[in-house]
Design a binder for this molecule. Sequence first.
Ligand code: SF4
Length: 288
Amino acid sequence: MTTSLIAMGVAAFMVINLVVGLAALSLLFGTFETLFGKPKLSLLRSSQSGNIFAFGLKWNSAKEPASLDTVRLRLFNPFGTPTQVEVSKPFGPRSSSFGAEVDMGPGFIELLGAKGFDHATIQIEICSSKDGVVFQFDMKGPKFKKLVFDANQTVAEFVSQNGLDVQKESRPPIDIPSRSFIADTVPGRGPQLKISTNPTFAGEFSSSAGAGVAAAAGPAVANFAVAKVWIEPGCIVCNACEDIYKDVFEVKADTCLIRPNAPLDDGLRIQEAAEACPVEVIKFTKAG
Ligand code: SF4
């Protein structure tokens, strides 16, 4: 009886020790992760060839809050040509771990094709233009090339494997069209309000106003209908077009789209959006 009581006591003591030990270890690792967990960059397989740079970033956003919105690649190639290349592109802001594909433009091909690349150093920076946070990763050229060309995990797989929020943090790159447009047919035009802010009637109002006002307003610009409007590849999701004409332009996480059944009768506003586009990817043709 006494022996079994002692055995039970020893067993209970060991179980308690085990539980306390495991708790202490998990606490220790959790603390290490919180205090010293470094941002981790993964290079991923892009869904399109060419200038697309695909990557995933995991970092402790609770410890280091930031809205990351720019990726920058730098090549330092002191013994090759060119000796330095830098490409920098914005992307939709991300405030926690994410995966993304960014069109880096022709500079990316120039960087990969630099003479003496094997002796170069590549610096990858994921930064926040607003918070001043920069996550920097350095590696030698051959390692960078290997990671880029041997990557077999896609952004969608990275996002899913790490349990990231697909809706907010990464939209499937598959929804990037190389070109989006709506049909040539111009929808019928309904009755228009004859008001001074409608550019169609701007001429009439400026001529009926006082001579001084008309001179200040300058010659009226006639509005026109658009037959087709589309987005060429290369959108940097700056939102300028949507701010100008949100009935027509819809900016997604990775590109801009033309809304289905977008109105095409206010060509002046579409033209204004096209002229405001910093990378000139909005194209349109006039009707008639
Ligand atoms: S203005 Fe140009 S770059 Fe900016 S979101 Fe629109 S299409 Fe893209």
